[in-house]
Design a protein around this ligand. Sequence first.
Ligand code: BES
Ligand code: MN
Ligand code: ZN
Length: 495
Amino acid sequence: MEFGVWTKGLPALTVECLVLGVFEEAELGTQARSVDTACGGRLKKLLARGDFAGRAGDTLLLADLPGIKASHVLLTGLGPRKQWQRKGWRKAWASALAALNRTRIASCAVALERPDARQLDDYYLGRAVAELTGAALYRVNDLKTGRKPPPPALQQVLAGPVRKAQPAERGLTHGAAVAAAMNVQRDLANLPANICTPIYLAEETRALAKRHPALSVRVLDEAAIRREKMGCLLAVAQGSHQPPRFIVLEYRGTKKEQAPLVLVGKGVTFDSGGISLKDPPGMDEMKFDMSGAAAVIATLTLAAQLRLPLHVVGLVAAVENMPGGKAVKPGDIATSASGQTVEILNTDAEGRLILADALHYARRFHPAAVVDIATLTGACVVALGHHHAGVMGNDEALVHELLEAGRRADDRCWQLPLTEEYAEQLKSNFADFANVGGRDGGAITAATFLAKFTQGLVWVHLDVAGTAYQSGPGKGSTGRPTPLLAEFLLRRAAR
Ligand code: BES
Ligand code: MN
Ligand code: ZN
């Protein structure tokens, strides 16, 4: 895919298709007006007839308009003018991409009305153009045996209108990297659990790291994990025939000795619930329970691709959670790498167990900040639905940094409280604490559990159970929260 910006007049542009916006009031956007003039008012006439209503999501493909170089014009609905915002812009461009995907058009220029610069400046315009293009062209790596559909035709996209080319071009580069990283996450997360095992995840990480000299990988096998005394992680893994792996992926983009950012990913390649077995409906979706891990791996490839002047460490705890004769049982007590003991009252609360040991491992890097990413609780989905990830932490400044990164990247999260009262719910009669705290405030008690292992660290937790993948006919990984994590790193790099 080739990205650039357009600067000269639209009628003279030598691309196959001009993508123009129409408001619901049957009003052409500013850019569309210049095209309308060049083609003798054809667009206005079409709107006057009522052929295109400009509703958000609507598109109409026109061909062979006189007076312009492009063979096609694609109209995309912008919705009502007075609500014209960045979100609408994204939707209009995404709808246009979906329509372009059904054609053989290979090059286009985006020329939608711009929301005001506070909503979408040149940099973020470039970024959104490239990111959404990458997302729209993504194809699930499926195992269907029929004839494969032809690869997408679109090869060149020009962004505009821009005030300054340079920030827009920077945005395009970053947006393309974000899209590529999202696709890394999606490819990994969409794989079935019989392929994407902990060992596979480790080998794929090695393969990805080989492409970038600034990335290095260390993989701890079961014996090495045992030497690290990761008793909680091993308790989860013990029921599965798939041995666990602990992956350490390091990116050094600076010669300076710099306290690293550590990203920790939940890599449960399949979560059956273990002895506390889940209900059958939707259990297949628990192959996505390694989405946090996939996002961490993806984000490190982005750091390397953009050569960010940062030191970043990715830690992935990769395990399969299964029932069986050797599986951990409700009431069993495990000793974590931190030395703290945990009564495992519910074997389906396995994510926090593996993260406990991974977060403890993060200490040896003396990190500037630790962010863990996990499809951790159904309770977070109940609380926030599928639009916001949950964010909690022990450092307000870092929480706010992530909230802001999410807003800028259109990959938002929402803070839930993490105050000491919730620790009551984790009391155990037999160990330092239990791994579950009942149904009430389930997303928060899960984070409260993690907080026991992050004392003294600057830490936040992202619960992405509701945002990392979709159910239903569009079932699959969404690539979130990679855009948020990318924005977090880009902003740290610019500090
Ligand atoms: N992986 C699940 C969380 C989850 C649920 C992710 C739904 C996506 C959609 C996690 O391991 C889990 O099973 N959590 C339990 C915790 C409970 C036993 C305290 C849950 O949310 O039900
Ligand atoms: Mn579980
Ligand atoms: Zn899980």
